[in-house]
Design a protein around this ligand. Sequence first.
Ligand SMILES: [Zn+2]
Ligand SMILES: [Zn+2]
Length: 433
Amino acid sequence: MEEARRQSSDTLVPCPQCDLILSVAPPAPGEWVRCPRCRHPLARHTVNDQTSPALAASALILLAVALAFPYIRFEKNGVSDQMGLLDAATQLAAFHHPALAVVVFATIVVVPACFLVALLWVHASLARATPLAGTAMLVRALPRWRPWMMADVFAIAALVSLIKIAGMAQVTLKPGFWAFSGFALALLVTVQRLHPLALWVRLTGPPQAPPGTRPGLTAGEQGLIGCEQCGQLQPVDGHSHCRRCGGALHPRRPASLQRTWALLIAATLCCFPAHLYPIMTTTSLGNTQPATIISGVLQFLSHGDWPIALIIFSASVLVPFGKIMALAWLCLAVRREAPVDMHAQMRLYRITEWVGRWSMIDVFVVAIVVALVRLGNLMSITPGPGGVAFAAVVVLTMLAAFSFDPRLLWDRQPPSDAPSDPARPATPTLAER
Ligand SMILES: [Zn+2]
Ligand SMILES: [Zn+2]
């Protein structure tokens, strides 16, 4: 009975990472639906709850509190100063690093605030009989903004900064610090709960595949394009926009390999100034000492702070270089004839996509200590040119990961790779509680 109900409500959707068309049943509570071919999570059980808008509203309030109150107070030899959250960006601009200031301000305040307001707008729209203006555009934008919100990375960077300067002076955490930590946590949970496919179903009803569409084959093999935004299948007939969500429609991301290579080469070139120039210069009692990324790691090691040294070394050295090599490997794999372990490649792709933003830790540490340690000749820290170059490496490798279309890896695989069950082909496994 339950099985019959499920089959009648199944929808045909393309897997956005391997292009296989799947017959997806609505997941039961606690269940994730994963693509059986590439293991991409396609859908999860969602209820018409009010938790997401409530979380989004709380996060916005906490952000406002974090902006209104001081963040951290710094005291040395009776002289003290304190920083607000905005100082992390404005002080960088004051030291002639406006690009870095914009990146910091955008990733910790502007993009998260836009995301939360947009989410509230979408939920207000869903509660009405007729959607509010701009709702479709916002639902398309939400998943794109997701990787550029880095409040959680900034919160970790604040802890690293505290350990870095705790030995030099007395540091006090102010209300802004706790409010921002709460904001980062609320934002993280709100983002985890975002499921664009479920939002599209609530907004426009389930996707309708063209008649004769068969699950178990790829969309490309049947002359169809799967919309990357909303999962709507449609024939390749010259339409450049999805008729369900209005998003741009491409069989594969345009010039995916060329763009990825170009961004990877640019990122590799930026690695040289990022590691050769100092990212910050510390002045203490008239003594100036420039520090590169590597010398910063060695400094933590010499103080015995090896967990922090390990975090900074992983985020600033291993991750960017590893990411460039992994993406180059994937670009080459698209053209490789020999059989390859597809699951290992997909795991590599997903790790490079997920891990990139964490490299921003070092940039945020610079932003925080520059804003905090401003006691003139007694003790001050100024940003160096290495920081801008390093931020460029992070942004370029992130853009490279988003330009790469993982479906290109699967295009060379025979469709027989897909599991075939004559009764219900390519029905995803319902598991992963
Ligand atoms: Zn898949
Ligand atoms: Zn669409």
